[in-house]
Structure formats: C-alpha cells, structure tokens
Design a protein around this ligand. Structure first.
Ligand code: PMP
Length: 376
C-alpha cells in the first residue's frame, strides 16, 4: 500500500483512528438499540455544537449539497423571495439550487476574497423585502468568512456551515440563525457521507406552514419522526457512517467548543506564518480570512502543478484553486482534528518541496515561524 499522506485539502479532512475504528465495526440494524443510541446522541451533540437549545437536528445520508437543497426546499414557499449572499463558488451553488427549483431569488455578490458587510446587507434589506436570507459562512473557494452577517435580519436566516461548523463558532440562538446546514467531512472530522441540518423552532414552523414541498427524500417532515425516535423507519440510514459521526461529535465536545475554535485560530495563524516565511502570500482579504483553510498565492516562478505534485511526494495533499483562481493559488485546509504535529509536518513539507524545485530558502525558516506562533 502506498504511504499514507496528510490530507490537507479543504475537506474531507483527515479522519482520526478513533472515528475509523467505529466506522469499521460490524453493521448493526438501522432500527436497533445501538443505532438508536448513537443517532440520538449525535443529534443532541449536534445541537450543542451549534449552540441551539430547542431546534430540530437532522442527520441524513447525503452530502453538503443535499443539506443546501433541503434547507431551501423546506423553508421557501410560494410567494417567498430569497436573498443569496454569495462570496464564491458555493454561494453561487445556492443560487443555482434556487434556480433549479424555480425559487424567486436575488443574489448579492461580493468579490472573491471578501464577503458582504453588515452595511451592504442592511442597505439591501431596506431596499427590498426578503423572506429568507442565505449566507455561506466560509466559502471554500475563497477562504472568506462571513461572521459579521450572522445577526437578526427579520427574515429566516440560513447559514451554510459546511466549511465552518465545529471549527468556527455558529451560535444559532444568540445570533438568530434559523438553519445551520453542514456536512460531516470538514471541521467535524468524520468521513464524507452525511447531510446535516439544525432548524430553529421558527424554521420548523415555516416548514409546517407549507402544505407541501417539491421533495420526497428531502422533505424534513418525513425525517422528523426518525430523528426523534430512530427505531422508526423512513429510509435506511448509513448506519456505520452515522455511528462514526456520533463518535466525531464526542471528540468535538471532549475537546470543548471554545478550545476547538481557538485551536483552529492558532493553527491557521501558525500555518500562515510558516507559509509567509517561505515567500507565499494570501488570496483572501485579511479582514475576512477564515481559520479553516488558507488560499495561498504562489511566489513568482512557482508552478502550481509542479508544486502540488512535489508536495504530495513530500507527504501532504492540498487542492488547487477553483474557477478563475485555478493555477494561481493552492488551497490548504486546516480544520477538523488537526494536531500541532500535523501543522509542523505540513510546513516542513512545503519547505522541502520548494527546495526540490530549486528555490533558495534559509533552511528551517518556515518551521521557526510556526514555532513562534505555536509557543506564543
Ligand atoms: N458549501 C460549502 C461551503 C462547501 O465547502 C461545500 C463542499 N466543498 C459544499 C457546500 C458542498 O458540500 P458537498 O461537497 O459535501 O456536497
């Protein structure tokens, strides 16, 4: 078997052995006691992770895109208008889903690398009535974070937390978020395979007020009885994945939420210090940089393909840029259950890769910058 590499793409993130061990357990009945126990616990833990006291959690086979679709289809009715705040590729996907289902919507776009400011949002909400506002918390294409718009807007507020939940705070109750939609494979550290949502009471009321939704599997009212009592059947869940996800949520809560958010901040700072010391710069406007990934510009003369192939040889896998940034940047995820040892290994591997490409760098300069942050 090929040597295992450190997976630092912006999701999926590396899955730690404690979670892999649960994934590898024998498959149990999807309506039996082990599954009932784990799904119930995962649901409770999930609410705690997004600071939601009285909402409804949903954990369903699928991926982030299904949770985006479910969030929209279950809250937007005839006559409603949606405002999509798009700061990149995944905001645009929200608009595409609206278009696919004929949901009336406008897009408030911000340039790649930044996000909408509260002032811009206020102005738009004053100019026109919206029933639902959708925002990408961290857009994985640009590394930009939109924390400043997580406030009461008067409309139902949907947050795409796929690249944030469990790594960056999402305080549903305090910030008036009505839906957090997310997936298992990024900051929560589980393998891919789940669409995950938490709906506030208001969002659930909205679903109940809709006579029907243009969905069957994606209709949350079909799933509600199962999430409350997993011994009931609607559609066979991915038993092993859900049990592994339950373990992932235990790891999150064992670490402590605030500690976990701080670790994400620290690792982002250390990696960026290391990369800057090696001559890289960053694509994202510093005011909006998320702690879950870095979108990194190459120094003059470093070729994207050669760099990423070399880095992979040195044991670290990163992703290329999306859309117009392709070839100009690489994207490095630093989310989930990453350790300081991983951070050190990653920056050392970048340094070895640059040396292999013939760049002149003072040996150890990346590592020194990393240590300065990790030890501060
Ligand atoms: N939203 C964001 C912010 C994402 O980063 C992604 C995946 N990279 C998605 C939605 C879609 O998730 P999935 O690939 O699991 O369908």
């Amino acid at each position: 078997m090929a040597q295992e590499k450190l997976l630092l793409i912006p999701g999926p993130s590396p899955v730690v052995p404690r979670i892999l061990d649960v994934l590898a357990r024998p498959t149990v009945s999807h309506v039996g006691p082990d599954m009932v126990h784990d799904l119930k616990e995962a649901c409770e833990n999930l609410k705690e992770i997004v600071f939601c006291e009285s909402g409804e959690p949903f954990i369903i086979s699928g991926a982030g895109t299904l949770s985006m679709e479910m969030a929209l289809l279950n809250t937007v009715g005839p006559g409603d208008r949606v405002l999509v705040l798009s700061q990149g590729y995944f905001g645009d996907r929200m608009a595409q889903i609206c278009a696919a289902f004929g949901l009336a919507h406008d897009v408030l776009e911000s340039a790649w690398g930044r996000s909408v400011t509260p002032g811009e949002l206020d102005a738009r909400l004053k100019a026109k009535n919206y029933n639902v506002v959708v925002c990408t918390h961290v857009d994985t294409s640009t590394g930009a974070c939109a924390p400043q718009v997580l406030e009461k807007t008067g409309a139902l507020f949907i947050v795409d937390g796929v690249c944030a939940t469990g790594g960056v705070a999402e305080r549903m109750d305090d910030w008036g978020i009505d839906v957090v939609l997310t997936a298992a494979q990024k900051c929560l550290g589980a393998p891919p395979g789940l669409a995950i949502l938490v709906l506030s009471e208001l969002a659930m009321e909205k679903r109940r007020s809709l006579a029907s939704v243009p969905a069957y599997y994606a209709d949350l009212l079909r799933w509600l009885p199962i999430m409350r009592e997993p011994s009931k059947y609607f559609s066979t869940p991915c038993v092993n994945e859900i049990r592994a996800f339950a373990e992932a949520t235990r790891i999150v809560l064992d670490e402590g939420l605030e500690e976990r958010f701080e670790r994400h901040d620290l690792h982002a700072e250390a990696i960026r210090a290391g990369l800057a010391a090696l001559g890289f710069t960053f694509f994202t406007d510093p005011r909006f940089m998320a702690s879950t990934l870095s979108v990194v510009r190459y120094p003059e003369g470093v070729d994207d393909q050669a760099f990423r192939a070399g880095l992979s040889e040195n044991g670290v896998v990163v992703a290329g840029g999306l859309a117009s940034t392709a070839g100009r940047v690489f994207r490095m995820g630093h989310m989930g259950n990453l350790t300081s040892a991983d951070v050190r290994f990653a920056v050392d591997a970048v340094e070895r890769t640059l040396a292999g490409l013939g760049r002149k760098i003072a040996p150890g300069s990346g590592r020194t910058a990393v240590e300065n942050i990790l030890k501060s």
